[in-house]
Structure formats: structure tokens, C-alpha cells
Ligand binder design. Structure first.
Ligand SMILES: Cc1ncc(COP(=O)(O)O)c(C=O)c1O
Length: 366
């Protein structure tokens, strides 16, 4: 049975005027709403102290396990306001299930999926005024997370765990129109190995991706493309915060198979939608040389990345290094692909209630 997250309203909310200024240009991850949802877990009491309260800093002992051993997981999803003022989540059940799988991998207690959903929904209801209005692709980004808060310097699963959800208004990802990006194919760094945490959404994965991100910027690229490191010449995995999809001249939408990568909700949804664009969805390993030769001979017609933040980001080129030699190649004409842009628009139309939700993906909150 799901637990309630009772609301104690803040006595010091951000003024309406300030909130309006923030919502006019929220950017990403810079501003936070008035409340947070939370719950605590201990072996003796299980999950308890469910609540929605004023957003406030934590008080953590310097020995808190998360600060030393990174026993932590998180999620990311958005609330969208439709033209009639209602507020909706996109497939939050998918995030709830993925959060449970991440918890198991990081030896954290599983939060019941219903509690995940209730915490997110109650926070959105409490901070409804922070959900920006459509139609300009703004949203309220929701960040559920869980970490080892126990004060103990021993390497074992912690016995006091904090769960919270915070919310941050987000602006349109491509404010000046959708542009294509170039990926740096990292040969110095990998993101995940067999048996590692690649499929979990844990902070450590992102910490270890930052050096590669710096390398990609130094080489004039926008993001990293990670390769599999388990032998062979390296299968394509994913970008720093997005899954990878290829469109081929044979009418396929190909994406790397699950295993060491994040099971993205955007990736999964696009696989379901592929048929509507005349594309056959295919999940399989893709090698770097297949991508390079496909780009050269035109069998790979479009490439894009998929994730909650940007929905769909066209990838127009790749750069990398092989045996000490730099290389670079473009996809098609080096501009965003037609199918890519059409899929992006369709996903946004579903999320903002402009297209019929035939898959039953949207969940109304307000
Ligand atoms: C490593 C990684 N891959 C893929 C994704 C895309 O996942 P989703 O579509 O669920 O946002 C994300 C974003 O959360 C990510 O961090």
C-alpha cells in the first residue's frame, strides 16, 4: 500500500514576483522550488517519516557514508503544463522501476514504486505554481535521489538512508532552435565495465565521466561518446547523459542494446514510436567502424541522442583519436536530420498534450 507524504507548507515561500522572474528564464538546475519530499530508512523501522516540507539544507555528519563511498542513486523526470493548465508527468512508473533497480545495484533499500510516485506527485502539487506554462518547452524538472546518510566509516551497506525529491524549473533546452552537436569518441576513458554500475543511475558514473567531458571540450566537441571496453574495437555505448540512436538507409532505427548503458525512458519511448515514422526499431551492438563506414557510404543517414533533458539532440559529427591519429567525420550533410526533428516534435507533442497519448504514457497530477 502506498504511503502518504503529508504536506507542511513552508512559512517562507519565494515571493510571487521573484518566482515569476525565475520562470521567465529558469535555465537548468539553478533555481529550486519551495518544498521537498523526503523519507528515511533504517533496518529497524524500514521506510518512515514520509513528508513534504520546506526545502532546507541537510545536516550531515562528516563521516556520512555517501561522502566517502558514494552509495547514492538518483532519477530525473519532468512535469509538463498543458494548454488547459493541467500538469502531467511522462511515464513516471518507468523512473520508479529504474530507481528500484539502481537501489538494488547500489545495495540501497528499495523504495516501493507507489511511494516514489506519491512523493513526486505530492511535491508537484505543493509547488504547482512553479510548473511553467506551455507552449515554450519549459517544464519542472524533478530530481528524486537516495543516499547513505549513516555516520559510519566502514565499507558496508549503510543503515540509515535518506530519500528526497527536489524540483527545479527548466527552460527550453534549445532556446535558439534545435542545433546539432559533435561527439568526442573517448578512447582514454570508459563509463562502464561488465558487472559494473553502467545500467544504474548512480552519482559515481557521472563523477567518472567528467574527465572525459573535459577532454571532449578541449577537442572542440560538445559531449562524449563512450565505447564498451570489454574487448574488440569498442561497441558504441551512450553519451554523458543521453542514449544514442542511428537512422539507416534501410529504414531502421538502431540503438545499442541494454546491458552496460542506462535504460533511458526516452530511448524506450522512441523505440515504441519508430513504426509511426516508417522505421523498424532494432536493439543490437554497433561498432565504431560500422558507424564510421556507414557515415562515409551514406548507410547511416542520421544520428541523434535521446534523454529527458533535451528529448532528442541531433548529432551531426564525431571526432576522436585512433593510434595517435585524430579523425573526424560528419553524418549526412552535417545538419540535423529530418526524421530526428520529426521524432523530437512528436515526443514533445505527446508530453505537452498536443498529440493523442495513444500509449497511455501521461499521468495527470494537477
Ligand atoms: C547516462 C545516461 N544515459 C541516458 C540517459 C537518458 O535517459 P532518460 O531518457 O531516462 O532521461 C540519461 C539521462 O538521465 C543518462 O544520464
Amino acid at each position: 500500500m502506498s504511503r502518504a507524504f503529508p504536506l507542511s507548507r513552508t512559512t517562507g515561500p519565494v515571493s510571487e514576483e521573484e518566482r515569476r522572474t525565475i520562470l521567465a528564464a529558469p535555465g537548468f538546475g539553478k533555481f529550486f522550488t519551495d518544498h521537498m519530499a523526503s523519507a528515511t530508512w533504517t533496518p529497524a523501522k524500514g521506510w518512515h517519516d514520509h513528508k513534504v516540507t520546506a526545502l532546507a539544507p541537510y545536516s550531515l555528519h562528516p563521516s556520512a557514508a555517501v561522502l566517502h563511498y558514494a552509495q547514492e542513486i538518483f532519477e530525473g523526470l519532468k512535469a509538463y503544463r498543458h494548454a488547459d493548465g493541467s500538469v502531467w508527468l511522462f511515464r513516471p512508473e518507468f523512473n520508479a522501476r529504474r530507481f528500484a533497480r539502481s537501489a538494488e545495484r547500489l545495495a540501497l533499500p528499495v523504495l516501493p514504486e507507489e511511494d516514489f510516485l506519491t512523493s513526486v506527485e505530492e511535491l508537484v502539487r505543493a509547488d504547482e505554481a512553479w510548473v511553467p506554462s506551455s507552449p515554450d518547452e519549459k517544464s519542472l524538472y524533478l530530481r528524486p535521489f537516495m543516499f547513505a546518510s549513516e555516520a559510519f566509516l566502514g565499507v558496508r551497506p549503510a543503515e540509515q538512508i535518506a530519500y528526497s525529491v527536489i524540483a527545479s524549473p527548466a527552460g527550453p533546452y534549445f532556446a535558439g532552435g534545435v542545433t546539432g552537436i559533435t561527439l568526442w569518441v573517448s578512447s582514454n576513458y570508459t563509463r562502464a565495465g561488465r558487472g559494473g554500475t553502467g545500467a544504474a543511475k548512480c552519482g559515481g558514473n557521472y563523477a567518472s565521466s567528467l574527465a572525459a567531458q573535459i577532454e571532449s571540450r578541449k577537442n572542440g566537441c560538445d559531449q562524449v561518446l563512450f565505447l564498451d571496453d570489454t574487448g574488440g574495437e569498442g561497441d558504441l555505448e551512450e553519451s554523458g547523459t543521453m542514449n544514442l540512436c542511428l537512422v539507416t538507409s534501410a529504414g531502421e532505427l538502431v540503438t545499442p542494446a541494454l546491458g552496460n548503458i542506462l535504460d533511458g525512458v526516452t530511448r524506450d519511448s522512441i523505440l515504441s514510436l519508430a513504426g509511426e515514422f516508417g522505421l523498424t526499431p532494432v536493439e543490437r551492438p554497433i561498432t565504431l567502424s560500422e558507424l564510421r563506414s556507414g557515415a562515409a557510404d551514406g548507410t547511416v543517414t542520421e544520428v541523434f541522442a535521446a534523454g529527458t533533458a533535451a528529448v532528442v539532440t541531433p548529432i551531426v559529427g564525431f571526432k576522436g583519436e585512433s593510434k595517435g591519429e585524430g579523425y573526424a567525420f560528419t553524418i549526412g550533410t552535417g545538419t540535423p536530420g529530418k526524421q530526428t526533428l520529426a521524432i523530437r516534435e512528436h515526443m514533445l507533442d505527446i508530453q505537452y498534450g498536443r498529440a493523442e497519448d495513444v500509449h497511455g504514457w501521461m499521468r495527470r497530477v494537477v
